[in-house]
Design a protein around this ligand. Structure first.
Ligand SMILES: Cc1cc2nc3c(=O)[nH]c(=O)nc-3n(C[C@H](O)[C@H](O)[C@H](O)COP(=O)(O)O)c2cc1C
Ligand SMILES: [Mn+2]
Length: 461
C-alpha cells in the first residue's frame, strides 16, 4: 500500500515530531478548534492535534499536520535543513503515477441523494466566517485540451448537503481551466481529496509553469509512483490512500455569494460571488479521519505554502543568478533573498527573477550572505545600514498580485517593490564590520570575571 495519511499519522504519533496530542474532550465545530490552535501558537507550539470527538459528528478531526517543518521533513525522510533542497529536487525528477483497481479511499461510496456534506465535521474558525469551510481539500482537475492534471488547494464553503462555494484566484491554474470550460460552455469536473500525506500537500502547492505537472512532483517527493484510483462519477483519478474524496462539477456561468472567510493574511475577505461545486459523490475509508487546516493567519497554512514557494523561488532565482544562497518567505507576499554578490547589478537581477517566479510576490529584499534570513533583526539592520532609498529601491506599479491583499485593487492589481539591501559596491569594500577578535572571544570565560552575577542570574530563572 501507498504511503498515506494514516501511515503518516502513525509515524508522527510514534516519533512525536513537533508534538502529537490526542484530545478526548469533545469540541464544538464552531471556533473551539481555532481557539485551541491560537492559544498553542501564542505559546509557540504547533503540535499535530487529533480531536477524537466533535459535537454532532462521527468523524474525528486532525489539524496542524503540516504546521511544523520538522514534521513535513520527517515524512519525506530528510532533516529540516535539507527540506527545501529535497522539494527542489522533486521538481527535477518527476515520477508518473499508476492506476490501482481497489482503493481504501472508496471503501464506502455515497452517490446521488445519499451525498451529505453536512456529515463532514467542517469547522467555523473565525468570527468573520460566513459558514463552515472545508480547508484541507486538494482539488483535482484536468485541462480539457491536453488532459493534464492540475492540483491546488481551494477553500470550499459548505452551502448544503451537496453544494460548495469555491474560491479560485484569477491567474492561478485552476481558474484558467475553469475559464476554458466556460468558453466551451461545459461544466468542469473536479475531485477533492481530504486527508493526505504531506507529499500530496507540498506537491499540490508547487508553483511553476502551467505545463508543469504537480502529480509528477508529488511522485518525485515520495520517491515512487503514486497509487491512484478512478472516481465513481467523474473522469478523474484520485489518491487511492486518501481518507475522503468528493466528486463533482463546477457549473459554467453560475456565481453565488461566497465568504467572508478569515484568510491567511490575517484579514477576512469581503463577501464575494464565486462559482459553485455540485457534489455528485462522496467516497471514503471505513471510519474516515477528517483533516482540517485552521483558517486565518495560522502556522499551518503559512508553513505548508512556504515550503514549495521557497523551493520554487530558489530554483528560479538560482537559474538567473547562481550566487543566490538562501531564500525565505518572511511574511505574506514578502521574500528575503541572500546572495554572495560577485558583480554589480546581480542583486537587481535576483529581484527581477523573483518577481517572475511567483504571482503573489509583492515585496522582495536582497541581502548579502552574512545576513541570516531567519533573523529579522539582522535583515532590518542590513536595510538600515546598506540601503539608500533613491538608489536601491525600485517599484513596478500596478502588476498582478493576490486579491487577498486588502491593500490591493480588486482582482489583485498591486505595486511591487524590490529592495537591494546588499552593501555597495561589495561587502569586502564596504565599511568594516566591527567584532571582538575571535581569539579573545574564545579565551574569555565569563565565570572568571563575573561568577557571582552569573550564579545569581541562574538561580532567578
Ligand atoms: C490551506 C490553503 C488554502 C488555499 N486556498 C486557496 C483558495 O481558496 N483559492 C486559491 O485560489 N488558492 C488557494 N490556495 C493557494 C493555492 O492552492 C496555490 O496557490 C496553488 O499553488 C495554486 O495552484 P495552481 O496554480 O496549480 O492552480 C490555498 C493554499 C493553501 C495552503
Ligand atoms: Mn498548477
Amino acid at each position: 500500500m501507498d504511503e498515506d495519511f494514516r501511515s503518516f499519522l502513525q509515524e508522527m504519533e510514534e516519533t512525536k515530531e513537533g508534538g502529537f496530542v490526542r484530545i478526548a474532550k469533545e469540541i464544538d465545530p464552531s471556533y473551539e478548534l481555532a481557539a485551541i490552535v491560537t492559544k498553542l501558537e501564542q505559546a509557540r507550539q504547533v503540535p499535530l492535534l487529533f480531536f477524537e470527538k466533535v459535537k454532532g459528528h462521527a468523524m474525528p478531526v486532525v489539524v496542524n499536520c503540516y504546521a511544523d517543518r520538522g514534521r513535513v521533513a520527517r515524512s519525506f525522510g530528510v532533516s529540516k535543513r535539507d527540506l527545501t533542497q529535497r522539494v527542489a529536487q522533486a521538481y527535477q525528477r518527476p515520477i508518473p503515477s499508476i492506476e490501482v483497481a481497489n482503493a481504501p479511499a472508496q471503501e464506502e461510496v455515497y452517490q446521488g441523494s445519499k451525498v451529505d456534506l453536512l456529515k463532514l465535521p467542517a469547522m467555523v474558525y473565525h468570527n468573520t466566517d460566513a459558514a463552515p469551510y472545508i480547508t484541507a481539500g486538494i482539488v483535482f482537475a484536468k485541462d480539457p485540451d491536453t488532459g493534464q492534471y492540475n492540483l491546488s488547494y481551494n477553500r470550499l464553503m459548505v452551502k448544503g448537503k451537496d453544494r460548495l462555494g469555491i474560491f479560485m484566484t484569477v491567474g492561478k491554474h485552476l481558474n484558467a481551466i475553469f475559464m476554458k470550460m466556460e468558453q466551451y460552455k461545459k461544466p468542469l469536473e473536479i475531485a477533492v481529496s481530504i486527508g493526505n500525506h504531506p507529499a500530496w500537500a507540498i506537491g499540490a502547492l508547487a508553483i511553476g509553469p502551467y505545463e508543469e505537472n504537480e502529480l509528477g512532483i508529488i511522485g518525485g517527493l515520495k520517491g515512487s509512483p503514486l497509487e491512484m484510483v478512478r472516481c465513481k462519477t467523474v473522469d478523474l483519478m484520485v489518491p487511492a490512500g486518501a481518507e475522503i474524496i468528493l466528486e463533482g462539477e463546477i457549473e459554467p456561468f453560475v456565481r453565488e455569494p461566497e465568504g467572508p472567510f478569515g484568510e491567511f493574511t490575517g484579514y477576512a475577505t469581503h463577501p464575494g460571488s464565486s462559482p459553485v461545486v455540485q457534489v455528485k459523490a462522496i467516497t471514503h475509508r471505513r471510519n474516515p479521519i477528517y483533516q482540517g487546516i485552521c483558517g486565518g493567519s495560522h502556522r499551518e497554512h503559512l508553513t505548508m505554502a512556504t515550503i514549495p514557494m521557497e523551493a520554487n523561488y530558489f530554483r528560479v532565482i538560482k537559474g538567473a543568478v547562481p550566487e543566490v544562497e538562501a531564500v525565505r518567505v518572511a511574511a505574506p507576499f514578502t521574500l528575503f533573498i541572500s546572495m554572495r554578490k560577485k558583480y554589480e547589478g546581480q542583486a537587481r537581477s535576483a529581484l527581477i527573477a523573483a518577481f517572475g517566479a511567483d504571482l503573489y510576490l509583492k515585496h522582495a529584499i536582497v541581502v548579502d550572505h552574512d545576513i541570516d534570513l531567519a533573523d529579522l533583526q539582522r535583515v532590518l539592520w542590513a536595510m538600515a545600514t546598506r540601503v539608500q532609498a533613491s538608489r536601491d529601491i525600485f517599484m513596478i506599479p500596478r502588476a498582478r498580485g493576490s486579491s487577498l491583499d486588502p491593500s490591493a485593487e480588486p482582482l489583485g492589481v498591486t505595486d511591487k517593490m524590490g529592495i537591494d539591501a546588499t552593501a555597495k559596491p561589495s561587502l569586502e569594500k564596504f565599511s568594516p564590520i566591527n567584532a571582538v577578535p575571535q581569539e579573545v572571544m574564545a579565551r574569555i570565560k565569563l565565570e572568571d570575571y563575573i561568577g557571582d552575577f552569573l550564579t545569581a542570574m541562574r538561580s532567578k530563572r
